[in-house]
Design a protein around this ligand. Structure first.
Ligand code: T4K
Length: 378
């Protein structure tokens, strides 16, 4: 049988808005012969993002992982830092790459975000901080984590890689903790091809991160800080400006697909589409489906069937960082403290979203329903 889609439709297909405006800006960048090193297009993107999020500083970076590393260093994190295992592995790697031990705390199975009680259990005399992750763009328990950080004298920052355009208690994500880190990777709701940014209201922290992003240079020939190369290039910033202009339309398309998925998958036993809180702003980028034991088909069999039809669903972020290298060798018993992470990792399937070909949601739902439905009868 031929697949439903001739060309694959992926989770993570990039949103490319305003292609003409992007090309126009690229031509201007080439004419100006200023390609990188804090150029005018990067500065314009930083101002627009800071303004739209209502935060004092936005420091654009070459990607979200380097942005995390720079933020971690600028905050002075050391020893152990508490993170979820249920996240993309970059959250943990950004710590271990700098000789800091990521300590994995369990999640709340309803939100997929850190469980504050589990965070408390993982604090030791070596803990210097907490990195909350706003997974799927749903805010981590910001206030509860801040209270724990204040009580124990820990630094708190957020991995907001998924959360551009999302809010917590009505305020844009990007303003919480000591700083927040975005990824603008091609696969994100808002992308600069590769890219990322740290946002903060702390002047000193912002200054330190700007220095670290550019080898520690403070003017010609004067280095006053250790640093690396974390700079965003002008062409990526041009992509960002073009995509910012079309961001509302992307969110609207995502949301409409999300609603269509909820309707089309309703009533299938053991299938639940995660719903985003309607009182908050959300980018609706990730369509996250949980397949539990009452579904007659296993999650992995559903994914295999979708792949056979050129629908490249994913089981993000299976199996959890603690079961990836080097963490599974370093902490072979970490799973004992992560029962909810392990359970959620077995249930989750992420479906394609964004500018999908017409009728995609219905076709995808039909495949899932036909498998779950027929297996149900047998
Ligand atoms: N923290 C969190 C919570 C994150 O999710 C991420 C990144 C980070 C930190 C680090 O930020 P960055 O340093 O990446 O800025 C992808 C992305 O590479 C990664 O950025 C993202 N999270 C993660 C969730 O997804 P993979 O390993 O799944 O990528 P890959 O190559 O399998 O592509 C994903 C899907 O997107 C595929 O179905 C193909 C499709 N795709 C991808 C690209 C690049 C396209 O259709 N077109 C494209 O151009 O990590």
């Amino acid at each position: 049988m031929s697949p439903d889609f001739e060309l694959p439709i992926h989770v993570g297909r990039p949103n490319i808005n305003n292609r003409d405006k992007f090309i126009d800006r690229v031509n201007k960048i080439l004419d100006a012969k200023w390609l990188t090193n804090n150029g005018p297009v990067v500065q314009e993107l930083e101002s627009r993002i800071a303004e739209s999020l209502g935060v004092k500083h936005c420091i654009a970076m070459c990607n979200g992982t380097i942005a995390l590393e720079i933020a971690i260093r600028a905050l002075g994190l050391t020893g152990e830092v508490i993170v979820p295992s249920w996240t993309f592995v970059a959250t943990a790697h950004a710590l271990s790459w700098q000789g800091i031990t990521p300590v994995f705390a369990d999640i709340d199975p309803n939100t997929h975000n850190l469980d504050p009680a589990a965070v408390r259990r993982m604090i030791t005399p070596r803990t210097s901080g907490i990195i909350g992750v706003h997974l799927w763009g749903r805010a981590a328990p910001v206030l509860e984590l801040q209270a724990i950080a204040d009580e124990y004298g820990l630094k708190l920052m957020f991995d907001a890689a998924h959360a551009f355009g999302c809010s917590y208690q009505g305020q844009s994500i990007g303003r919480f903790g000591a700083c927040e880190v975005f990824s603008f990777h091609a696969t994100k709701a808002f992308n600069t091809m590769e890219g990322g940014a740290v946002t903060t209201n702390d002047d000193q922290l912002a200054e330190a991160m700007r220095l670290m992003r550019n080898f520690g240079f403070k003017g010609y020939d004067k280095v006053i800080h250790p640093g690396t190369n974390g700079k965003m290039i002008e062409v990526c910033a041009a992509m960002g400006l073009a995509n910012l202009d079309g961001f509302d339309a992307v969110v609207a398309a995502n949301q409409s697909n999300h609603i269509a998925y909820q309707q089309a998958l309703a009533g299938i036993p053991g299938i639940k589409v995660l719903v985003y809180d309607s009182v908050e702003r959300h980018n609706h980028h990730y369509v996250v489906v949980e397949v539990d034991d009452s579904c007659p088909v296993r999650r992995d069999d559903l994914i295999a069937a979708l792949h056979a039809n050129n629908i490249l669903a994913r089981k993000y972020f299976w199996p959890g960082c603690h079961r990836m290298q080097p963490y599974c060798d370093l902490f072979p018993h970490a799973g004992l403290m992560l029962p909810q992470t392990i359970a959620v990792a077995e249930r989750v399937m992420v479906l394609p979203n964004g500018a999908l070909p017409d009728g995609s949601v219905e076709i995808i739902a039909r495949i899932i329903r036909s498998l779950a439905g027929s297996a149900c009868k047998s």
